[in-house]
Design a protein. Structure first.
Length: 292
């Protein structure tokens, strides 16, 4: 008998097997760490060169972690039926990583095409819960020209971007725009399924799992790179002027809590903004100077 489609599944029970995409990243690694600590069975996807590294990050997994190779969310999308076999929940964190050598087309393909491929696979799976990791960047214009205005941003806030031609934009613009575009992809799917939740973190600080590979480059420090810049000899204020912040550990816990969170009444959908508040760089400096 074929598995029932995702939109016919109604449950609030604790999942047994959870797939995590993007498990080698800053957020994904901490989500896996939290899932294992709470006794979940995890199946994580990783690119070829990172499979062994991801396994080594959790030496005490005790057989609860399986790592499967997935080189690309688009070109390897045919692997989804096998990866999702017997799976109860998916936490989708994988996304394009912007760096100077990434093209706009590559970013767009991974974010939009990769998300759609996963959504298509979910409809023929046993998955009951789906948690999407996005970003508060989805609230803003891709050039961040409205980031310092007086608007109050909440779970009802949406970017004006619906779609773009990646060939017409810079990689950094496309990266931010795709946060909103992929959000809206999932939101449309959520109209038929109440068991899709969105996690929207801001700039993240905090540690990596204990055995996570030591970052070799400053950009790999994620939000911690801003603090790193503040303690250098020739200190300059970071280009990011002011920051809404959260701890990576808390964001990871939010993902895990979403797996068993009650469905809202009348088919309402959840966009969960995880934040500790707003920090200025002056406050950051005072914190770093503090002896405690």
């Amino acid at each position: 008998m074929p598995s029932p489609p995702l939109n016919n599944m109604v449950t609030e029970t604790r999942p047994n097997l959870v797939v995590v995409t993007g498990g080698t990243g800053y957020v994904g690694s901490m989500v896996i760490d939290q899932l294992l600590k709470e006794g979940y069975n995890v199946r994580a996807t990783a690119r070829s060169l990172k499979v062994d590294s991801l396994k080594a990050t959790y030496p005490h997994a005790d057989g609860k972690l399986e790592v499967v190779e997935m080189r690309d969310l688009v070109t390897d999308s045919g692997k989804w039926p096998t990866i999702l076999q017997g799976v109860d929940a998916v936490i989708h964190i994988a996304g394009p990583v912007y760096h100077p050598y990434t093209t706009s087309e590559e970013i767009y393909s991974a974010a939009v095409g990769g998300t759609q491929a996963l959504l298509d696979a979910l409809n023929n799976s046993t998955v009951k819960r789906f948690v999407m990791t996005t970003s508060i960047a989805a609230f803003f214009k891709p050039d961040f020209s409205n980031i310092m205005d007086k608007t109050v941003y909440d779970h009802n806030t949406w970017s004006v971007i619906d779609d773009i031609d990646p060939k017409a934009h810079t990689p950094s613009y496309t990266y931010v725009a795709c946060k909103a575009i992929s959000d809206k992809q999932i939101w449309k799917a959520a109209e038929k399924c109440p068991h899709i939740d969105f996690i929207l973190p801001p700039t993240l600080y905090g540690w990596f799992p204990e055995h996570y590979p030591t970052p070799k480059h400053v950009p790999e420090l994620n939000g911690n790179k801003f603090l790193y810049e503040l303690i250098q000899k020739d200190v300059k204020f970071p280009t990011w002027p002011i920051s809404t912040i959260a701890h990576n550990r808390d964001v990871a816990k939010a993902h895990v809590r979403a797996l068993t969170a009650p469905v809202l009444p009348k088919g309402e959908k959840k966009r969960l903004i995880i934040t500790l508040g707003t920090m200025t760089w002056v406050e950051a400096i005072e914190f770093l100077k503090s002896p405690e």
